[in-house]
Each structure stands twice: as C-alpha cells, then as structure tokens.
Design a protein around this ligand. Structure first.
Ligand code: ZN
Length: 163
C-alpha cells in the first residue's frame, strides 16, 4: 500500500473519460488500497482513480463510518435536491456551492467483482455524484453556483479582522 500523488486542476488526466474494469487484477487491487490510503492521508471523503492518474472506473468513498469501493459505478436513480459546499482534493483549498440530488441509488461491482446496489442520502449521495463525475472527466467547478471560494484567503482575512 502506498500514498499516490493527487493530480490537480490543469492535469489533462482529470479531463479524460475512464475505461471500465473488466476483471480484478493485482494492479487494480493495489490501486484500490492506494486510493484508500491516499484519500485518508489527504482527509478526503472520496477519491476517483483519475485523481491518482489512472483512467479506470474505480471510486472509493468514506463519509466517516463506512469505507466503500465501487467499480464501474452508475447512478440508476436520483431524486430530491441538496445545495451545499463542495470541494475536491484535485483543487486544494477551494470550495463552492453545488446542488446535487438528495438521494441516489448506485449500481456497480464490489472488490470481488460482484454486483452491488447502494442507496445513499445527503453527504454520501453528494460524494457518489462527485466521484462518478470524475470518471467522465467532469469536475464540480462547472456546477458551482456563484463564485469559487478560497478557504486559505478567507482564513487569512478572518485573522486580520481579529487583530
Ligand atoms: Zn473531486
């Protein structure tokens, strides 16, 4: 297991469409382990394979209690709406307001390549939408309502006001 470098905005790999995984291989196993390590190291709640430079349809998510990997994930149902802050490890220090479905049903394969179906609400639903978008070369910035905000600049500004 190892921590991989997270690719950031401007890297062409983030704009490409990923290929499906047809069979589990030692390489994909290693990719999944490394994606979990890389996500936790960066305090993320989700990571998609292209973010570590691999154009395969693999995502990992963990919103705090339940690590999951999903291979070839597809959103098969979505309803409701939630509007809230969203950021991305590939665009460090920034965030914006994005509207996503409140509830999604996702189908794909687990680590053993068995079909799985997962229901997600709230943050986990947002997480799935965000990571699955990465597999098609899409990032949240194109969905942001209003300005993209800079967390570091805001923290600096807040500090100045404190003095
Ligand atoms: Zn992201």
């Amino acid at each position: 297991m190892a921590i991989r470098t997270v690719r950031t905005v401007g890297d062409a790999v983030l704009e490409k469409k990923c290929r499906e995984v047809k069979e589990m291989t030692p390489r994909i196993e290693e990719l999944i382990d490394d994606m979990f390590d890389t996500m936790y190291e960066n305090n993320g709640v989700g990571l998609a394979a292209p973010q570590v430079g691999v154009l395969r349809r693999v995502i990992v998510v963990d919103t705090g209690d339940d690590p999951r990997v999903l291979i070839n994930p597809v959103i098969v149902e979505s309803d409701g709406e939630q509007t809230g802050e969203e950021g991305c490890l590939s665009y460090p220090g920034k965030y914006g307001i994005v509207t996503r479905p409140m509830h999604v049903v996702v189908e794909g394969l687990d680590r053993e390549m068995n079909p799985v179906r997962m229901e997600a609400e709230g943050l986990l639903a947002r997480d799935f939408c965000h990571e699955i978008d990465h597999l098609d070369g899409k990032m949240y910035m194109e969905l942001v309502e209003g300005d993209i905000k800079d967390a570091a600049a805001e923290a600096a500004a807040a500090e100045e006001t404190d003095e």
